[in-house]
Design a protein around this ligand. Structure first.
Ligand SMILES: Cc1ncc(COP(=O)(O)O)c(C=O)c1O
Length: 365
């Protein structure tokens, strides 16, 4: 038995993906810009195809050590994971994860606080291909009532986009597993730094790496991390759909990952600071701050998300935000999610498919 202590998440962000077979004698994996591999003879070419499953260079679309190092790092950040596929955006990652498990006739469950383009995918592309999507209230606790005989997958997001409701991930996963339903989590807001997903029962953990992993607003990328049972399906779907990321982008994303823990701690501190400031102002309305004492979702947060406190929302009179029509109300999210100098993100708050408005604050309020 190894006497080595498991690495803490902050250490992992620095060490993960740095195996010598990929980096060679240097600290960071070099940028391998390559499409075609030249072989000495046909026999070597044939042998190369087989080895590619083990992550040796075969053809640029299937990645090179630069992409594999990043993929390995994201895999190491998720205990229980077998592998990670990289995609040219977070939306591509969500689409490919869903396509790798769904077929015509299936029902997909989607939390109603999902990132909006995931909804467009479901209501447009997936519908055309015969997949029916049913939305559910992110705060429901009657998990058993969600499923039917045709339910094949459930897409969660916790905290959910812009309204930040938390979900009881282990409980939902347990209910899904009883019915052989695949669980997918868009883990972009928390990342595996604040919330490891597979060890809570999630089958596929999805990230828009564009945001916290890259961290400097200069690269688009997505990832899906999964365990051994779904790995082949995920990998083959990505390959069949021609999904690939450039080595330069992978290099930048790896570089961003190295400072993830420092940035996440800073986001957390800033978000609390802003939340406390808003709480003292007369304009303030109820907030959702995952795991903060004034958050209604504290209970779920304790179960699934130990320290995520980097984001919050409030219903704020739009007149307080510059350049918004005074008739609209906004969801004001304090975030520095893509490393941008983004002070506030005003979004119209419309009712969701389940008819729930957020937090009892009516959009027309
Ligand atoms: C929660 C969440 N998921 C997915 C995405 C999509 O990622 P990308 O912009 O990289 O396609 C975003 C982007 O804002 C997001 O916030």
């Amino acid at each position: 038995m190894s006497s080595q202590k498991p690495q803490k998440p902050a250490t992992k962000t620095v060490t993960a993906g740095r195996k010598a077979s990929l980096t060679g004698p240097v600290v960071n994996v070099p940028v391998w810009r390559a499409s075609t591999h030249l072989y000495e003879n046909v026999a070597e070419l044939e042998a190369g195809k087989g080895r590619n499953e083990d992550g040796r260079f075969f053809y640029g679309r299937r990645g090179s050590p630069t992409q594999w190092s990043l993929a390995d790092a994201l895999t190491e950040m998720e205990p229980g994971a077998h592998g990670t596929m990289l995609y040219p955006s977070g939306v591509a990652a969500i689409a490919c994860a869903l396509l790798s498990v769904l077929k015509a006739g299936d029902v997909l469950l989607m939390t109603d606080n999902v990132y909006d383009p995931s909804r467009s995918l479901a209501d447009g592309f997936l519908k055309r291909f015969g997949v029916e999507t049913r939305y559910f209230d992110p705060r429901t606790t009657d998990y058993d009532a969600l499923f039917c005989d045709r339910t094949r997958a459930i897409l969660l997001e916790s905290p959910g986009s812009l309204t930040f409701e938390m979900q009881d991930i282990p409980a939902i996963c347990a209910a899904a597993k009883k019915r052989n339903v695949v669980t997918l989590l868009d883990n972009t807001w928390a990342t595996s730094y604040f919330h490891t997903a597979l060890d809570k029962g999630i089958d596929m953990a999805i990230l828009s790496c564009t945001k916290y992993i890259v961290g400097h607003s200069d690269v688009m990328m997505g990832s899906v991390t999964t365990h051994d049972k779904l790995w082949t399906k995920l990998r083959h779907t990505a390959q069949q759909l021609g999904q690939t990321v450039s080595p330069d982008d992978a290099y930048l994303a790896s570089r961003g990952l190295r400072t993830l823990s420092v940035r996440m701690k800073a986001h957390e501190t800033s978000a609390f600071h802003i939340a406390n400031g808003c709480r003292r102002r007369p304009m303030s309305r109820p907030f959702t701050i995952p795991l903060c004492s004034i958050a209604p979702d504290t209970t779920f947060g304790n179960a699934t998300l130990p320290v995520h406190r980097d984001c919050f929302h409030s219903s704020t009179p739009a007149t307080r935000l510059p350049q918004r029509p005074s008739s609209t109300r906004c969801n004001c999210s304090a975030l520095a999610i893509a490393g941008a100098d983004l002070k506030a993100l005003p979004c119209p708050c419309s009712p969701r498919n389940t008819g729930q408005s957020w937090h009892g604050i009516s959009p027309a309020h």
